[in-house]
Ligand binder design. Structure first.
Ligand code: BGC
Length: 756
């Protein structure tokens, strides 16, 4: 009885507190809106347009041109200025010498760390660890904020199913759910709970939307995405970012279904503002308003400005179509002042939320030092958890340091402090990088002889001149670790590739090393999934390290020598050959799904066989239908066994929550982390649904012999999708669920959603 009374009291108290909180939030929001409205009412048209204009910094200089534009209130934001004294001076001019004293947004691409460089975002995604990803973003925010940056152009949450696209490096891979969870974690990391707290910075979810589907992976290219696919796949991470409170979004360069994103009212108006209620602002991409005329959707800059502002682009990056034409458009009556007020209000809201009016200045001494021990530890842990073990024949790894007499370390990426950092690292410092070679030497100490041969000048070199020396070193060693991959410049913006094999003569290098007869361990650093079919049989172990950042070396050494087992899982499918692209796990079933029964390899078809005498299936005659490595895949030094999958109730009401559970057991002899994954399939729906969709994941550590019952809680919302009429629905019916260690998990159960 007493207990009941107590819980009743707690319940009432919680209702009271949440009403109080909501009331508190509401009054805060109302106060913010009042401040925005009051300021707007005092602004001239020119000042409003000024807020909508972002210019590039002048490399640490406060030029006369910049200063006078600031005094005249013609600039709302500056990007790429990271000299803190300059930033403070620019803020001072804006605040003290312009009529209204509106502080500046200082934007920067803080994509995977700042001075301390984390693994590329695609590598971070391999950790399947939102807590760690959040910490990384927090650390990057602190470092960037100490330079006066208050706005990052991250996270990049473009779902991409095309490893040819160079920007897949900046993304979180192929899956909308993983993207949503990790993207939201990054937003929380950058923004914290309160943007006004020093050291937090505004995030920018980009590129809205569809960019990752650029045709053939060529950057900036066309995308054609049916609306339900757009909503079910590409928009989902953006919705998650908006729900996490992201302050801003960036429009994509790409053309979406005939209307470039920068002029796309459906995206900016209907979806973002009307459906999702987004209150922040949208920035164009670099010159993407001007480029509307290059796309051929507008005839000139004036029309481009009209199209962009009408669609809902609040701020123009780098170009001046707003500055040059918005006044004229207002005078001609082609746009209304209410539209401009709405655009400016979005920007002011973010400036107020950042507390810039109260304190526009940065005092680095109040923020943690760059690249401090804690930051390096986060970078190391993230690099560690991003490493994916793809092959490990006869338990080649981990190497037993105690038994090694000598080790050959070969390859162009073994000791390259710059290349291991990856793409988009404006503020990274290669001199901080700990390379694999150094880390290996440190780990092994004096006792083991480490013989290093670079063998190739760069990852692209075609010369085989250095091979002989490398093979000699391999012959003289007990084992060979070869560091291959792509230099950082081969991925990232504009750096798409049509052939995603290891470039240059790296495959030949592997073949030559094979001849040494010594165990060959390949560590691949790259900005994208590569096709590794031509080396996979030539190596004893294969570790995929992405571009692992500042602390890549020690993380790799830890895995090579078994200080820590590998635990990363692939956030994107690795095709067997590039011609399979797009190939991804959450594909549709088709009417003729491929199977071992209907697949025939072209080598097995007799000459002049009749066309229809072979299986009917959706596959390639030469490459089959499976990738080399599937999404979610990654080996460990131990073995995990899955059993006893069950759903909390076989029949689930349309508004009931339920759990899917299974037992996972460490069946090996090493303590290790496993990323347990839950996949679901909706068997029959009003639009065809993927054969599997990731619906949950958990990273957990198990000791040898230890087991754990892992439980995922779902509700009908988690099973919802956009159907034929483009509304979000959950349909009754049967669903399959799998729990396992990759997207090819086969431990399955079935449940039914019913109208009770
Ligand atoms: C990229 C954006 C980036 C911007 C500013 C553009 O080229 O597409 O992602 O934020 O430049 O550097």
């Amino acid at each position: 009885m007493k207990q009941q009374a107590a819980s009743c009291l707690i319940y009432l108290l919680s209702i009271f507190m949440s009403t109080e909180l909501t009331a508190g939030n509401q009054s805060q929001e109302a106060a913010l809106e009042r401040r925005v409205a009051e300021l707007l009412a005092r602004m001239t048209v020119a000042e409003k347009i000024g807020q909508m204009s972002q210019v590039n910094g002048a490399d640490g200089a406060v030029t006369d041109e910049l200063a006078s534009a600031l005094r005249a209130g013609k600039i709302g934001s500056i990007l790429n200025e990271v000299n803190v004294d300059t930033v403070n001076e620019l803020q001072r001019i804006a605040v003290e010498e312009s009529r209204l004293g509106i502080p500046l947004l200082i934007g920067r691409d803080v994509i995977h760390g700042f001075r301390t460089v984390l693994p590329i975002p695609l590598g971070q995604a391999a950790s399947f660890n939102p807590g760690l990803v959040e910490k990384g973003a927090r650390m990057a925010a602190l470092e960037a904020a100490s330079r006066g940056v208050n706005w990052t152009f991250a996270p990049m949450i473009d779902v991409s199913r095309d490893p040819r696209w160079g920007r897949i490096a900046e993304s979180l891979g192929e899956d909308p759910y993983l993207h949503g969870v990790l993207g939201a974690a990054m937003v929380r990391g950058f923004q914290g709970d309160d943007l006004a707290v020093p050291g937090t910075i505004a995030a920018c979810a980009k590129h809205f939307a569809g960019y990752g589907a650029s045709e053939s992976g060529r950057d900036y290219n066309t995308t054609n995405i049916p609306e339900h696919e757009l909503r079910n796949v590409y928009l989902r991470p953006f919705k998650a970012a908006v729900d996490a409170g992201v302050a801003t979004l960036m429009a994509s360069f790409s053309d979406l279904n005939g209307v470039p994103a920068t002029a796309n009212e459906f995206l900016m108006r209907q979806v973002l503002r009307d459906e999702w209620g987004f209150q922040g602002f949208v920035v164009s991409d670099w010159a993407s308003i001007e480029q509307l005329s290059v796309h051929g959707i507008t005839a000139n800059d004036r029309e481009a400005a009209l199209a962009a502002v009408t669609a809902g682009i609040n701020m123009e990056m780098a170009t001046t179509t707003y500055a040059d034409h918005v006044t004229g458009l207002l005078e001609e009556g082609r746009i209304d002042m209410t539209l401009i007020d709405e655009m400016v209000a979005g920007i002011l809201r973010v400036k107020f939320a950042l507390g810039l009016f109260e304190n526009p200045y940065t005092d680095p001494s109040t923020l943690p030092a760059m690249a401090n021990a804690e930051h390096l530890a986060i970078a190391r842990e993230t690099a560690l958890q991003s490493l994916v073990l793809l092959e490990n024949r006869d338990r080649t790894l981990p190497l037993d340091a105690g038994k090694l007499g000598s080790l050959a370390v070969i390859g162009p990426l073994a000791d390259d402090p710059y290349e291991q950092l990856g793409t988009w690292i404006f503020d990274g410092d290669p001199s901080l990088s700990q390379t694999p070679l150094n880390a290996i030497r440190q780990h092994l100490g004096e006792r083991v002889e480490v013989n290093y041969v670079k063998a190739m000048e760069t990852s692209r070199s075609r010369s085989t001149e250095g091979f002989e020396k490398a093979v000699r070193a391999a012959r003289a060693a007990d084992a060979v670790v070869v560091f291959l991959g792509e230099e950082s410049i081969l991925s990232g913006e504009t750096h798409s590739r049509a052939d995603i094999n290891l470039p240059g003569s790296q495959a030949e290098l592997i073949a030559a090393l094979r001849e040494s007869g010594k165990p060959v361990i390949a560590v691949v650093m790259a900005g994208r999934p590569l096709t590794l079919g031509n080396i996979v049989d030539q190596v004893d172990a294969l570790l995929f390290a992405w571009h692992p950042g500042t602390m890549g070396g020690p993380a790799i050494a830890d895995v090579l020598f078994g200080v820590e087992p590998p635990s990363g899982k692939l956030p994107a499918t690795f095709p067997l050959v590039v011609g399979q692209v797009p190939i991804y796990y959450a594909h549709k079933n088709t009417g003729r799904p491929p199977s071992p029964e209907n697949f025939t390899h072209m080598d097995d078809i007799p000459v002049r066989a009749p066309q229809y005498s072979w299986g009917f299936g959706s596959f390639h005659l030469d490459a089959g239908y499976k990738p080399l490595y599937e999404f979610g895949y990654g080996l460990s030094y131990t073995r995990f066994e899955y059993s006893d999958i069950e759903v909390s109730h076989a029949e689930i009401g349309m508004d009931e929550r339920f759990t899917v559970q299974a037992v996972v057991r460490n069946a090996g002899d090493v303590a290790a982390d496993e990323v347990v994954q839950l996949y679901v399939r909706d068997l029959v729906a009003n639009v065809t649904r993927p054969v599997k969709e990731l619906k949950g994941f958990q990273r957990l550590r198990l000791k040898p012999g230890e087991e754990s019952r892992v439980s995922f809680e779902l509700g009908p919302d988690d099973l919802a999708f956009y159907g034929r009429d483009m509304t979000l629905i959950t349909e009754p019916g049967e669903f399959d669920a799998w729990i396992g260690g990759s997207s090819e998990a086969d431990l399955r159960t079935r449940f039914r959603l019913v109208r009770k």
